[in-house]
Design a protein around this ligand. Sequence first.
Ligand code: HEC
Length: 695
Amino acid sequence: MLNRLLVRILMTAVSVFTLVSSAAAEGEVTNKRVLEESATGENWFLKGGNFRGEHFSPLSQINDENVADLGLAWALDLPIPDGISATPIVVDGVIYLSGAFSIVYAIDAADGRVNWSFDPDVRQAFADDPGLSWTARVNRGVAVWDGMVLVTTADCRLIGLDAATGGERWSQQTCDTQLGYAITDSPYVGGGKVFVGNAGSESGDKNRGYVSAYDVQSGEMLWRFYTVPSDKPEENTSPAMKMAAATWSGDALEKFGGGGSNWNEMTYDPESNLLFFGTAGALPYVYQYRSPDGGDNLFTSSILAVNAESGEYVWHYQTVPEDSWEYNATMNIILADLRIDDEDRKTLLVAPKNGFQYVLDRLTGELLSAEKYAKVNWATHINLETGRPVYDVQGEFWNRADEHTVAIWPNMWGAHSWQPMAWHPGHELLYIPVLDVPSVVSDYDDGDYKDTLELFTEVDGESFSPGKLIAFDPVQHVTRWTVEHPLPFNGGVLATAGNLVFQGNAQGRIAAFAAGTGEEKWSLATGSGITAAPVSYAIDDTQYILIPIGSGGGIQFVYPQLGATNESQGPTRLLAFSLDGGSEFPSIERAARTLPEQPELVASAEVVANGKHLYASSCGGCHGKDASARFGGSVPDLRYSSADTHAAWHGIVIGGARRANGMPAFSQLDAEQSEAIRNYVLSQSAALRSSADSR
Ligand code: HEC
């Protein structure tokens, strides 16, 4: 305690000094500062809070005894219709975060006033490549380093901004959208470098995953590490690529590029000078089609460690060697020093989509344990000798094609996805936002998943609660406590030294739980669904809890109905809470929705059924399942289309009249198909009209 006080006094002295000596030094994040000041908790320097990626605040002014007294310090409405998935960064009283279209905001952390904003104009890319329309609406935040704010864009740019003004200092094209690449994740920083991955393993284009490092100040590229081999043998010259190339058979590399992208999360460790990150799977999903003559398809669905200075391979651990379930391992990585079997180990903790929580030695990649944290039926266990999963026939949907439906646990969206888990170093517990539902595979055929992206909360008469927050002990391998949520896809997590765990949920409720027991200590209905992770910081000895509300992330476009209740469809906002906060909670104004005049539905049931089928494959990913897009989001709910829109339908859908706004041209559809979709949409409007609840 005394130590912390001393550090605090010292730090106050240091910050006063910095203020006097160079008032312009904004966004001043360095290895030294992160290492020396993380213990004070005044700043939230990195996405994971500190170099260990813990999502833990050492502040304890707000604690399990007084959290019920939290009040709103300030609120800021942000013009981001698609919500927030970013974890904010807080440096010396300034919050940095980004939302849809990679628009960056610098906000005064004391009062919520916007200092500057920066718009990289991603929309201009839509006209050329409307496929980016979807990814551009998701952006998981910025990184701050040495006076610079780093942001990525859907159209593959990595941009360096002046932290004081938001002015663009440099921009690099870090991937090629023509090859199916895009970026939704934030960049990561450390040691004067900015590290960036990309997405696109499932684009169907020739997509080969990689991670690149750039110099923060100049934007110069320093190295690039490919996560899978090239289809051209002569290009696989490094030892890592030679090793990887020997693990592929068939023509998947040539056809689809091997995937394995790092579309989410990295952790830089200054102590070992290693950069850790996970990778996604590859196409075709089913292993037998992807690699018919065997091989582990390195480095897909793996955790990798590379030298942060040179980008050279150091070790890998593959979570799913014969992945047929798209179980990405790109979830956030936490570094913890743990006592395991009477030995002090420097470990790396990760809970990938596949439902196992892994403890690895972070210096060597040695597997120390892997235990289930959610329901799993694709593997019985992980063999600790070989490090490999022992597959379960339950999960082999391709061999069970005669069964009408096959339930695979976890779901293809993952038992844990990009919403960050947190670590409490005192309790030695991981707090994982879990999605505990299966994929239900039906009509399986030709290596393709069908109907798997449904979210089933009931299978064979058994129902279960889809969303959970669990406290998992990675040493004893037990779940200490569980909180159930009514909806799937809940928020990221913050743990604090105040013996608290904060998490928002899809219904828009933010809550604080006792870190040891899970007992709810405080909660508040915010009016907007929550997917981002809260953070904490302090200004003038006041601790704040900061939470972005407004559900962000790609899922909401597909499943808007998950948040379609009045209690979760509010605006995108930043809320800052403190013990002496006394601001009034801002009201939520929701425009009443009424269906406009529309043409009559005259098409046959057969045409409508065909339209439904076409809609599901071409339109549902943006306009929502059942044609019900998120209320207030940037993609319109087609059920409310006006008579004028219906009259202009084919011009919009086939002709591309709204391309510039991110509505792709579907020139592959003919007028009859477009008309069938229109009639299906009309049938959904009619259903809405006749239902008592027309929102
Ligand atoms: C990549 C995302 C995406 C996909 C896929 C998509 N749309 Fe759109 N659509 C949009 C966006 C964004 C808009 C809003 C454009 C604007 O603001 O002008 C839009 C607008 C529309 C509109 C105009 C609605 C109105 O009320 O003004 C129609 C009609 C439409 N889409 C139909 C379709 C159909 C039919 C499909 C499938 C064949 C489809 N869209 C697929 C993103 C998408």
